[in-house]
Structures are given as structure tokens and as C-alpha cells.
Design a protein around this ligand. Structure first.
Ligand code: ZN
Length: 125
């Protein structure tokens, strides 16, 4: 992000797609030089043209309020979920089969996995 200098955002929010924009990201942070809150939106239009707007101070607050109900998830949330090791976001199924040593029967375990390396056992059959 950029204000008086370039700095890392405090959090990144992924926004839902609209008819016009296919990729949307909203970042917030505080300028390390003047301390003002800064908000930035980066979105890619359906025809591939990227657009970027930024706001600072009270306007950053207004922008945050404006886009808050379009937020799908945030980077911090993803990291938190990663820590909790529960699958998050787009999940895909994985089946693992193995032989139960006690009964000698084949057991299939179905897992839900996500793209952040988390997996969760859904069912065993
Ligand atoms: Zn600044």
C-alpha cells in the first residue's frame, strides 16, 4: 500500500465478484509515517483491465464501511483458520483407503481439503 511511503497492509479482504469485476481485493493498513488509516481497492474488470483506488483518513473508514458487506473472507481469517487446521474456502474431496488390521476389511476415509493445506475427516465407510 502507499501513502507517505510504501507499506504492508494490516489485512487483506477478498470481495465477492460482481457483474463488472472478476477479481476484487480490499486492503487496509496504517501509514507508518503519518499514522493515518489507508484503504485500497484493487479490482480486475471483466475485460482484464485492473483498477486501483485508495482512500486515507476518514475516507478510508467510509470505504471500509461501504465494502464491508461484500467481504467474503480476510487474510487474517485464513491464517487463523490455518492455525485451527479446518478446511476453508474452496474445498475438494480426497478419499484414502487402507486395510483395518483388526478386521482385515478395507476402510475408506473421506477428507475435505482446502488450498491452504488443511484437511478434515468427513466420514469413514
Ligand atoms: Zn501517510
Amino acid at each position: 500500500m502507499r501513502h507517505c511511503c510504501k507499506f504492508k497492509p494490516d489485512d487483506i479482504y477478498y470481495l465477492g465478484e460482481t457483474n463488472l469485476y472478476i477479481y476484487r481485493m480490499f486492503t487496509i493498513g496504517f501509514c507508518p509515517i503519518c499514522g493515518k488509516p489507508v484503504a485500497e481497492i484493487y479490482q480486475v474488470r471483466f475485460d482484464g483491465v485492473p483498477e486501483r483506488f485508495s482512500w486515507s483518513g476518514i475516507e478510508a473508514n467510509d470505504a471500509m464501511t461501504k465494502y464491508s458487506d461484500e467481504i467474503l473472507y480476510s487474510m487474517k481469517e485464513v491464517n487463523y483458520r490455518k492455525f485451527k487446521s479446518k478446511p476453508f474456502g474452496w474445498k475438494y474431496g480426497v478419499n484414502r483407503s487402507y486395510k483395518n488390521n483388526r478386521t482385515g476389511k478395507e476402510v475408506v476415509r473421506q477428507y475435505a481439503c482446502d488450498f491452504y493445506g488443511n484437511k478434515e475427516l468427513i466420514k469413514t465407510f
